[in-house]
Design a protein around this ligand. Sequence first.
Ligand code: ATP
Length: 511
Amino acid sequence: MTSEEKFKKVISHAKEYGFVFPSSEIYDGLSAVYDYGQNGASLKNNIKDYWLKAMVQLNDNIVNIDSAILMHPSIWKASGHVDAFNDPLIDNKDSKKRYRADVLIEDHISKIEKKIDKEVAKAQKKFGENFDKEKYISTNPRVLQYLDKIKLIHNDFSKALDDDDLVSLKKMIEDLEIVCPVSGSKNWTDIKQFNLMFGTKLGASSENAMDLYLRPETAQGIFVNFLNVQKTSRLKIPFGIAQIGKAFRNEIVARQFIFRMREFEQMEMQFFIKPGTQMEWYSKWKETRLKWHLSLGIKAENYRFHDHEKLAHYADAACDIEFKFPFGFKELEGIHSRTDFDLTNHEKFSSKKIKYFDNQTNERYTPYVLETSIGLDRMFLAIFSNSLEEEDLKDGSIRTVLKLPSILAPIKIAILPLIKKDGLPELAKKIFKKLKWDYEVIYDEKDAVGRRYRRQDALGTPFCITVDHQSIEDGTVTIRDRDSMIQERLTIDEVTSKIKSALNIQTWLKA
Ligand code: ATP
């Protein structure tokens, strides 16, 4: 299956099984806006919960807030978003399609990287076990040529972005002979800057209405509440404020399903620290966040760090945790050392003192900030796409299975009476009623049991408990494991303790 086919399968599976629907579908949809269905909403909540447990519940110096989406417009002046939250936009005159100029160049670099990967894979096949990848990459003339090319592009690219030099950026697109993926032509317009914030109005009459923005990030709600939280929680630096909430960006090119949306959700944490300690905390949070991702049992080879070439206006160090999505490695989470940029600017724009007083050293200072920011929808896509598998079974059939980390699965247990008579439904319902206090459980008696197993596999349900005639006689049931399809016969108490240990949050987060 090509990666494109795989991605199409991910999108259709998400729709067919009640995870993600296009927004306003009966009105032909709204571009890059999506709704989460019954299973998607649960999976999303479970991801939030897993993040909150790791970030807030297990850290006694991190608290959680929920600030409003609408905020005073001066906040976006102070944060730099009004002046600098732009993307360079370019149109192809033939296809009339719009692109982000920086993404066109980044995609071009990815194509060269793919060529290197191909060379490496070819050599690996040829040399077998004796293959020394590092040596090959540092000596093979063709690979070196590709690497030089990438370096040159990177240098020109960073310079053009740093200098806000849109003419040079366009020249790069022309010199690299980048074509429009739709029309195949090189007939480009000039590049323009485009602000990504959505505007709205507050007030009843148009003359007196106040221009507002829908927040493009949740972080500012944390900064403007820094003093409120610090004073009421009496936390001492270092400490963090976390928040999960919606953010809005009028993205120029919104494609790739829920990867790039116009309305999305972020899980952010701002960690307030003493100036000068930021590099220490930067490494610590990089390590902590990667560990969190790996705790979900997804292979480490699917993650990589990518250091930012061009630092945002507020940062003195920044990197992304990238994930191998079906369309390649892309940003999943950002880790940014934001200096004192935000607090200092809010102090300036609001004319209110925003300082921290350290009563041990008697120092008063503006804290530095270390941010971890992850897109909830991107996390959803990472988990979902990585979990979807098609397995060839021995009997020649294909099994579609969603191997979600069981701690995140929307339904944890399906209770299935083997047949709809002989007292089996009654016993199954009794077990259902008992387990639903602790877990998301579903009861299903429709269709042959084999079909019911497949249905649960496709939903990602890690356990199926089947009640059969022997259950009536000796109180045992079978428990089927989604991934191995192995069934074990156990007593109800044994099943309960097996599930309890499989879903023990401590085991997951300590991994
Ligand atoms: P990108 O370079 O992909 O546009 P970004 O660097 O602008 O992302 P940040 O401002 O660092 O993103 O936002 C933090 C996180 O929010 C990102 O790592 C990503 O997971 C998520 N995110 C940002 N924009 C979107 C979007 N349009 N749709 C979904 N998630 C998003």
